[in-house]
Design a binder for this molecule. Sequence first.
Ligand code: ZN
Length: 270
Amino acid sequence: MRTIFLLFIINISILTTAQEIKFFGEAKPGGLVIGTGENIISAVLNNTKLQIDKNEVFLFGFDRDASGKYLLKVIFKNKKIQTYEYIIEKKDYEEQHLRLAKKYVTPPKKLRNRIQHEALLMKSARIKVGKVKDAFFMEGFVYPVDSVDIRSTFGLQRILNGKPSNVHNGLDFGGSEGDSIRAITDGIVRIAGKNFFYNGNFVLLDHGQGLTSVYLHMSKIIAKDNQKIKKGEVIGLIGETGRATGPHLHLGVQWYKKRIDPMSLFEIKF
Ligand SMILES: [Zn+2]
């Protein structure tokens, strides 16, 4: 009698072991995908093991120039494995021609030390990224400005003063000097940088599992280093510090080193 009872329980537990993963977001160049489910042991994208937080949430992103086949393997507690295949088609981006002060295209020698030093500060701030596996981003995403006026999209190939230059790795919002800049989701301030040559005044937020957002060219920084920030909280004010052609907010998003289109976050609805 007792044995039969035990078997019954085991059977129920097998039947109720969920193996469905819910996905949010889109697998595309510059896209971000969030997965969540139950009884997950691990999730691996190609050969990279993804972080999983206490609510069984994981995240992965595709670089601006991503293409080809990606395989996501999710292993469950009952040892079952689910695989998901993504075929990413390479995306072409438009060119953007800009005229800038010469020092911003080819910085003079005397500025090299300063630029190098600032790059090191940024690097040491980014080293801390990926150490937090909490999915702060599950709070959802909001625009960083109150009135949305997109001036320059993500991924444009820039031609500065007639010369092919860096790619536009972010999304530009128009605004007036002093307008509020808000955190797109919960996070921790990894660096509140003052008066950097390219970035001007800026804030870098860590949203967990390698996801970051950076807000450039602020007239004023309000957030402090290591501060915990809530979605929608004001972290600075719009300005034109650093390499900017007028007051605007440049919002950059990365998943580790992969360049993510910020717009792909705002399209996610939980
Ligand atoms: Zn920009």
